[in-house]
Design a protein around this ligand. Structure first.
Ligand SMILES: C[S@@+](CC[C@H](N)C(=O)[O-])C[C@H]1O[C@@H](n2cnc3c(N)ncnc32)[C@H](O)[C@@H]1O
Length: 233
């Protein structure tokens, strides 16, 4: 007799969870999310990422008219770290599939920006016009995408030519596999991340390590730039 057994926990990280699964996972985690980030040192590490020379050099041109989009904004921690690193407040737009996360993001960001608009929606279909944003940022959402390159193409669509994309993802490895049992997240190598951004049409791609604790072994940051339109001589 053939014995058919499956071990879902071992296969889970190889598939992409549905939006509904992710939404309910993050809805129920929203109230603890910020404290967990503090406990892991992730807030501090996000600040270090935005203060790193490569990222700071890309952001120092931002003025009060600048529009920033945070994809998978969560409770707003990644945007808050960006705001800590620049001299002027800017307009922040955030998008997420979890209303409870967005409610926390509103509380955390509302007095810190020239304008704040938060959207319930899927980053695979952004509700924004082409070439709208001076910078797009994302932290730990690409790991949930069935097709990371298509998602990055959609993100690149809304970036202005010459504008940077700054992101953080989970590094592929044992730690990520353990995390994925709860969070259903994939992990990527620096090389994979590089190839994803290049396939999405971004230039000057520089994956780099950041942080002092958790993030140094669990995360990789990336920086890409949307090419400027070339004018034929
Ligand atoms: C790991 S959390 C990161 C949150 C925040 N960026 C941070 O660093 O604290 C991932 C976030 O992405 C959101 N998310 C997952 N899939 C999404 C999708 N397809 N579109 C928009 N948001 C999504 C989740 O609801 C959650 O808030």
């Amino acid at each position: 007799m053939q014995l058919n057994t499956t071990i879902p926990a071992l296969n889970r990280w190889q598939t992409s969870p549905s939006i509904d699964t992710l939404q309910s996972l993050y809805d129920t985690s929203a109230d603890q999310w910020h404290n967990n980030l503090v406990r892991l040192g992730q807030i501090h590490d996000y600040q270090l990422l935005f203060k790193s020379q490569a990222v700071y050099d890309r952001l120092r041109h931002l003025d009060q008219t600048a529009r920033i989009l945070d994809c998978g904004v969560g409770t707003g921690a990644f945007s808050a770290a960006l705001l800590d690193s620049i001299e002027q407040p800017v307009h922040i737009s955030g998008i997420d599939i979890s209303y409870p996360m967005l409610t926390h993001a509103r509380q955390n960001l509302k007095n810190r920006c020239t304008a704040l608009d938060l959207w319930w929606g899927d980053i695979q279909r952004l509700p924004f016009a082409d070439n709208s944003f001076d910078t797009v940022i994302f932290a730990h959402v690409l790991e949930h995408m069935a097709d990371p390159v298509e998602t990055l193409r959609e993100i690149a669509r809304v970036l202005k030519p010459g504008a940077p994309l700054i992101g953080s993802v989970t590094r592929k490895g044992l730690g990520q596999r353990l995390l994925s049992l709860r969070w259903h997240n994939r992990g990527y190598t620096a090389n994979q991340l590089n190839l994803f951004l290049q396939a999405a049409g971004l230039e000057t791609v520089e994956p780099f390590d950041y942080g002092t604790g958790w993030s140094t072994w669990m995360c990789i940051a990336t920086l890409g730039v949307k090419p400027r339109v070339k004018i034929k001589p």
